[in-house]
Design a protein around this ligand. Structure first.
Ligand code: 9MG
Length: 283
């Protein structure tokens, strides 16, 4: 495999993401059933205030999602997703100095979000929905391709792998080829192993342990483990007690070379990043 060494400046619409240092992506769910905020930020103003607080805490990206991807979640219509996401993207683009990432697999949402000022497409289905490759290509935006077997609705029903690392790698090979054929160059891609997506606890832990293996693609890695059930299962913690476990995994992900951390707890994660950088900069 050709190893591409990615440029440290990733153009994201009218902004640039500096990948020379780790970046924090704040999660903004605008779904009524959002698993960790109970849908509290459903309303436009509340969502904007939450985004503002995450930017003030140091997030360089805000990931806006209008379709729940929690295990067992059912897909929503493109119209419904658009109704949830578009006003928030528009408001953030008008009010805040931040890169807007849109957590979507839906071509119409990708196109409209890009028109309204989004700078990154975050697709848990890695552009496998019909029309998604063409839509993403036409936006010219970078895309985060995440690994997942099946769909959120059924993904946790006994996920099976013969060789997890090779299968995740093979998935990325196929998606990179599909992107290239659709006119999306590798320089515009970010990879994400998809913790908690069609993986049991042992799959998640093993994938994390061997995260470095994904550097073979020469692309930036995004890691999302914030408040996830892998922390709950490993530590026996409810969703509101997973911060310490999440920070431990965030620190480990950074030492393993991840460049973007997708999190709920932005302030704490930014402190973690700054602390690691302070040690790194010492003699
Ligand atoms: C939307 N979403 C939920 N979890 C995620 C994860 O781990 N990675 C990415 N890229 N998106 C996620």
């Amino acid at each position: 495999m050709t190893v591409l060494q990615y440029p440290t400046r990733l153009p994201c619409g009218n902004r640039v993401l500096d990948l020379a240092r780790p970046q924090v992506m704040g999660i903004l769910n605008v779904t009524p059933d959002s698993f960790s905020d109970g849908g509290r930020f459903h309303l436009r103003d509340a969502a904007l205030r939450h985004a503002e607080a995450m930017v003030a805490a140091g997030a360089s990206l805000i990931d806006v999602g209008g379709e729940s991807t929690r295990p067992g979640a059912l897909p929503v219509s493109a119209e419904q997703e658009l109704q949830r996401v578009a006003p928030i993207v528009e408001a953030i683009a008008a009010e805040l100095d931040v890169i807007i990432s849109v957590d979507t697999s839906t071509p119409a949402v990708m196109l409209e979000a890009a028109r309204l000022g989004a700078g990154l497409l975050n697709d848990v289905r890695a552009l496998r929905r019909e029309g998604a490759l063409a839509a993403a290509a036409s936006t010219g935006l970078p895309v985060c391709l995440m690994h997942m077997q099946g769909e959120p609705g059924n993904m946790q029903q006994n996920p099976q792998y013969q060789d997890l690392l090779s299968e995740v790698g093979g998935f990325f090979v196929a998606r990179l080829e599909a992107c290239s054929a659709a006119g999306i160059p590798a320089e515009r891609l970010v990879l994400d192993p998809g913790f908690g997506f069609a993986k049991n606890l042992q799959h998640n832990l093993s994938l994390f342990k061997h995260l470095e293996k994904l550097h073979e693609f020469g692309l930036p890695l995004l890691v999302g483990v914030s408040r996830k059930s892998m922390i709950g299962q490993a530590l026996g913690r409810d969703v509101d007690q997973r911060l310490a476990g999440g920070l431990a995994l965030a620190a480990l992900a950074l030492t393993k070379g991840a460049k973007i951390l997708r999190v709920h707890d932005v302030l704490e994660t930014v402190d973690l990043v700054r602390m690691l950088a302070a040690v790194e900069a010492a003699e």
